[in-house]
Design a protein around this ligand. Structure first.
Ligand code: GRF
Length: 229
């Protein structure tokens, strides 16, 4: 992972590809934010699913986004599968990825093509409860506060540098479903906040810490000028 990334305010918009596997509510929230003008730089350019029947893929197509499926089983290796993703996304000028319920490990081909440019959202306050069923893990542990995390993707499972987090209370009568629903409301806001900030404000990595740097005039591209506190 590179140590510093300085968004170039004068460059063209940041074209983002979305990878998903299922429901697609985070994709829909991101597209809603895009339509509402939340992003000064990020533009969604395509969605791709490893599951052809993923509802999120149909939602992307309904929203007018180029949407396609790519089944890993059709490829001899993860490298071959990811190479095809890169080929399709290169044709569309995509330079950043958002994982939105993408249920596969990201391999070295995608990590190398999009260095420090893959975002994920996870329904826990990382580093607690990585992996599957994070909300149930939180309930089983008995935590009083849960939440969600937007982070950069590295080669580990939900281990990359943290961009943004939001908390929600855990109630005594919560089930996996009720806690998940409360967290999801925050996910839909936090993902947009994180993507906006990392594509509009200079930042650098100090060890594991992702530090946002003061925005100078030349790197303040937002016409609406709404830096996230
Ligand atoms: C979300 O809870 C997200 O945090 C996790 O997978 C779920 C995807 O939901 N990574 P959706 O497909 O975006 O509705």
């Amino acid at each position: 992972m590179t140590n510093a990334v300085q968004p170039d305010a004068t460059s063209s918009p940041v074209r983002v590809g979305i990878l998903l596997s299922g429901r697609g509510s985070n994709l829909e929230a991101l597209l809603r934010h895009a339509r509402a003008g939340t992003f000064a730089r990020a533009q969604f350019a395509a969605a791709l699913s490893d599951i052809p029947t993923a509802p999120g893929l149909a939602a992307a197509a309904r929203a007018g986004l180029p949407a396609s499926a790519l089944e890993p089983s059709a490829f001899p290796s993860r490298v071959a599968y990811e190479t095809e993703i890169v080929r399709r996304f290169d044709e569309l000028g995509i330079e950043w990825l958002c994982l939105a319920g993408y249920m596969r490990i990201v391999g070295k081909t995608l990590l190398a093509r999009y260095p420090s440019r893959i975002l994920n959202i996870h329904p826990s306050l990382l580093p607690a409860f990585p992996g599957l069923h994070a909300q149930q893990q939180a309930l089983d542990h008995g935590v009083r506060v849960a939440g969600c995390t937007v982070h950069l993707v590295d080669s580990g499972m939900d281990t990359g540098p943290i961009i943004a987090q939001a908390t929600v209370p855990v109630l005594d009568n919560d089930t996996e479903e009720t806690l998940s629903a409360r967290i999801l409301v925050q996910e839909h806001k936090l993902y947009a906040d994180g993507l906006k900030r990392i594509t509009e404000q200079p930042w650098e990595l100090q060890g594991r810490r992702l530090i946002f740097l003061p925005t100078t005039n030349s790197s303040s591209p937002s016409p609406k000028g709404n830096p996230i506190p």
